[in-house]
Design a protein around this ligand. Structure first.
Ligand SMILES: [Zn+2]
Length: 139
């Protein structure tokens, strides 16, 4: 997805939208996530995942980059209802027209990073600082 106009740093570009499903349901429907490598799932909070396969918007087409110009921020709703939390895509810096929008997917898998998983989640973002993988270090 590419910027059609200049976007100043800090701009709220759009929300990552889709149906809300529980983590357990996502595992049933899509496997444990470690299997496919490519889904439109975004962990919203401890209870829910946003599944952009259904009811998703353009945010699902934003690619990962190791040196992104956007970030995905979870905005917790003031009333504490986990269904009302949002995922907001924000510009990290000024973005020029024609630039591709990217953010770091921040994929953290609980399982061991096997050769197969590393291949599945290989990064080809083209950044000089590319780590070669979408998988982030475990905390
Ligand atoms: Zn990369």
């Amino acid at each position: 997805m590419f910027a059609r106009a200049a976007i100043p740093a800090g701009t709220h570009i759009l929300d990552y939208k889709g149906r809300l499903i529980t983590h357990a349901r996502a595992d049933r429907v899509y496997g444990d996530g470690a299997e496919s490598g490519h889904t439109f799932l975004f962990a919203l909070n401890r209870r829910y995942i946003v599944d952009a396969t259904v009811g998703g918007n353009a945010a699902r087409w934003i690619n990962h980059s190791c040196t992104p110009n956007c970030q995905a921020v979870i905005v917790h709703h003031a009333d504490g209802n986990p269904r009302r939390d949002r995922i907001v895509i924000e510009a990290l810096r000024d973005i020029a027209p024609g630039e591709e929008l990217t953010y770091n997917y921040g994929i953290v898998l609980d399982v061991r990073h096997t050769t197969r998983l590393k291949k599945l989640w290989a990064c080809h973002c083209g950044s000089p600082a590319c780590t070669g993988t979408l998988l982030q270090p475990k905390y």
